[in-house]
Ligand binder design. Structure first.
Ligand code: 5AD
Length: 324
């Protein structure tokens, strides 16, 4: 196994079979070595800085019906809302006041947010806060739409590919959703010039180590600027409500491998950040809600990062492209 890890660290690539072998042999020694190399790569590129992004959920309304997602169209128990442009601006203003210079607007695929509406919202945000980085996470849209939003000033686009294995993807999404289209969208986003993020869920029902090895191969080929992975969390009101949650240790190990294969990437630590930051992640998303008093919460995150030897930074935090 040591040889495989050395090869990964030297060539920044393995075959799908090799990834599968590595994932199937995660002894304490292997895990520790992955952790050590990932930490080294992260330090070489980003030092001990972890970027804090202000994340706004602008809509919980979604036209899709992904089997695992609490926001799926047919979940009647999901609390639905959408923010108006004015509210988004106000929340941005508040986050900016706290020092944040990087924001994520995320939401379900909600037709209310048509191109014109988003375009004008993005222009207003970038006019008012030109020194901030703006990441969109609004799912699949047309080429024209992505181009218009980029021209309006959006810097980054995050869209998890969800599953690089077509069959697994198709088993988790209704027929109306197309694996080819999702992959096409990610390529288009990159062509347009966004800093692009992809990612997947760890521990989905039916997912095997072979599927995860394919996710790693996909990331290796696509060379994203950002990666966002997290464990499966069973959600009430979905067909997977009774399934077991994803394995957090496996998620940590995948993050370490992703750090080694994309050493300059911005890798998110969802949920409790400590373990994933120690595994190699360098981005924390911090939820911003309307009218919340948030200074204390921001200092709390910074303290937690300091406790494990990292500095939380509110700077833009652009990707250091190396082999992308
Ligand atoms: N568990 C973990 N992640 C989930 N997502 C959706 N549902 C779940 C779940 N049950 C992730 C998807 C989506 C992102 C916004 O949230 O990967 O891209």
């Amino acid at each position: 196994m040591t040889e495989l890890i050395q090869k990964l660290s030297r060539d920044r690539r393995l075959t799908t079979t090799e990834y599968e072998t590595l994932l199937g042999n995660r002894t304490p020694v292997v895990r520790q070595e992955l952790r050590r190399l990932a930490d080294l790569d992260r330090r070489n590129h980003y030092g001990t800085t972890v970027y804090i992004r202000g994340a706004m959920e602008i809509s919980t309304i979604c036209q899709n019906n992904c089997l695992y997602c609490s926001q799926r169209r047919s979940n009647t128990a999901c609390q639905r809302y959408r923010l108006r442009a004015r509210e988004v601006l106000d929340i941005f203003e508040e986050g900016y006041g706290l020092g944040l210079r990087s924001f994520i607007l995320r939401g379900g695929e909600d037709p209310f947010y048509n191109d014109q509406m988003l375009e004008s919202m993005i222009q207003r945000l970038k006019d008012r806060f030109p020194d901030c980085a703006l990441t969109l996470a609004l799912g699949e849209r047309s080429h024209e739409s992505y181009q218009r939003l980029f021209n309006a000033g959006a810097d980054r686009y995050l869209m998890r590919h969800e599953a690089a294995d077509r069959q697994l993807y198709e088993s988790l999404h209704p027929k109306q959703m197309s694996w080819d289209h999702r992959m096409h969208c990610l390529n288009v986003l990159k062509e347009i010039g966004y800093q692009v993020g992809c990612g997947f869920i760890v521990g989905l029902p039916g997912q095997t180590l072979t599927h995860l090895a394919r996710d790693l191969t996909y990331i290796q080929e696509f060379q994203p600027h950002m990666v966002d992975v997290g464990p499966f969390v069973p959600q009430d009101g979905t067909p997977f409500a009774e399934e077991p949650p994803g394995d957090p240790q496996l998620t940590d190990d995948l993050v370490s491998i992703i750090r080694i294969l994309c050493p300059g990437a911005l890798i998110t630590a969802p949920g409790e950040p400590e373990a994933l930051v120690l595994a190699g992640a360098n981005v924390v998303c911090w939820p911003l809600y309307p009218a919340q008093p948030c200074m204390d919460a921001l200092s709390a995150i910074q303290r937690r990062l300091a406790d494990i030897g990292f500095e939380g930074s509110t700077a833009r935090g652009d990707c250091i492209t190396t082999n992308a």
